[in-house]
Design a protein around this ligand. Structure first.
Ligand code: MD3
Ligand code: FE
Length: 219
């Protein structure tokens, strides 16, 4: 294993695989070698389907801006949360999942012990300074047997990892540019969130944090 300090962060290991739970793995730096291609692909997707601040069924506007690629995209409005094939802003299909996304999601799932991961949805979260994601479960997907693969790019964040119940204690993990986390099995329905992102500057994403979550919605 080796360390690197390209971006003025504290030296940190890359290539380590840390187990966060029975079915959850943090793959440190797993996406680093592909990070530039991933960010460029996000920019191309955003040109077609721009990031937007969705409204929750409770009437709150989310601080994280979201877009999607793949056959299905996640959307929220006053009527509820759902996956659908069309971007409601354009009325057109979500942009296709770039090959570099498909390959990374597959490779990361495999490295965490999940064979043949073939996601049909990729939610792209964009965090400006101060944006956060409050504790929630991801349970809008029909296929809860498949893992979720999450890729962190740009500014770092503190990830909050709770338990099966909202009131369970929360663990905190720092997620850096290039880190990938794979969540499956027993950990798939754990509550989780992201603490407010601190202001900063990253050479690839500027003042933002990006997070890609790859999901298998339909069986
Ligand atoms: C743990 N996104 O989009 S990804 C989300 O950094 C979401 O933007 C966060 O939570 C982000 O829904 C965190 C990590 C993640 C995703 C799904 C999980 C963690 C998970 C499902 C179960 C347990
Ligand atoms: Fe989530």
């Amino acid at each position: 294993m080796f360390t690197l300090d390209l971006f003025g962060d504290l030296p940190r290991s890359i290539g380590e695989r840390r187990q966060l739970g029975p079915g959850a793995w943090l793959l440190e730096g797993f996406a680093l070698a592909r990070a530039k291609a991933l960010v460029e692909a996000v920019q191309a997707i955003e040109a077609q389907s721009p990031p937007r601040h969705l409204v929750t069924p409770g009437g709150f506007t989310m601080s994280v801006a979201m877009t999607n690629c793949g056959r299905l995209g996640w959307n929220s409005d006053l009527k509820g949360y759902r996956y659908g094939p069309l971007d409601p802003l354009s009325g057109q299909p979500w942009p296709p999942m770039p090959e570099v996304f498909v390959k990374l999601a597959h490779d990361a799932a495999e490295a965490a012990g999940y064979a043949a991961f073939d996601p049909d949805a990729c939610l792209i979260n964009s965090y400006a300074p101060g944006a956060r994601l409050s504790l929630h479960q991801d349970k809008d997907e029909q296929d809860l047997a498949a893992p979720i693969v999450s890729v962190s790019l740009g500014l770092p964040a503190v990830f909050l990892f709770g338990g099966a119940h909202r009131s369970d204690p929360v663990e905190r993990y720092s997620l850096q540019h290039g880190d990938v986390v794979v969540w499956g099995g027993e950990d798939r329905l754990r509550f989780h969130g992201v603490a407010p992102v601190k202001a900063g500057e990253h050479p690839l994403t500027g003042g933002r944090r990006l997070n890609l979550t790859f999901r298998k919605v339909n069986r």
